[in-house]
Design a protein around this ligand. Structure first.
Ligand code: 5GP
Length: 120
């Protein structure tokens, strides 16, 4: 992976319950919570419970059940939040040029308005 996994990253701390978050969804494979600095009316981060830096790291190392569970969780969060019909955007930043700041895989879920061409 572009970045090493760091057990002290902020999302690892959230998964361990060491810092608070606004959880909207949790299951065996995934946790979803509101982004602390929303870039859209709805801005949720969905993360796998396992220790993976990026989408590519996850795809390479995670057991298939974890991949399937996580992918399904992303859709479940969007449906739960009422975003399926109006629509939404998913985004995963990878590495430096992608603007990835936290080295634990996270999928941004944006919605709640007609979105412009790009969002970080
Ligand atoms: P990245 O740039 O790595 O793709 O996105 C990291 C995201 O995590 C940013 O949108 C940022 O606002 C969010 N974030 C950073 N620290 C925290 C935090 O402590 N709690 C929450 N809920 N979100 C955070």
């Amino acid at each position: 992976p572009t970045l090493p996994y760091d057990d002290q990253n902020i999302f690892a701390k959230i998964l361990r319950g060491e810092i608070p978050n606004r959880t909207v969804y949790e299951d065996e494979f995934a946790l979803a919570f509101h982004d602390i600095a929303p870039a859209a009316p709805v801005h949720i981060l969905v993360i796998p419970k396992g220790a993976y830096v990026s989408w590519d790291d996850f795809a390479a190392k995670a057991p298939d059940a974890e991949i399937a569970g996580f992918v399904r969780a992303v859709g479940a969060v969007a449906r739960q939040e009422g975003l399926d019909a109006p629509g939404y955007r998913l985004l995963a930043n990878h590495g430096h040029d992608g603007g990835q700041e936290v080295p634990h895989l996270h999928v941004h879920l944006f919605g709640g308005a007609r979105l412009g061409p790009m969002l970080s």
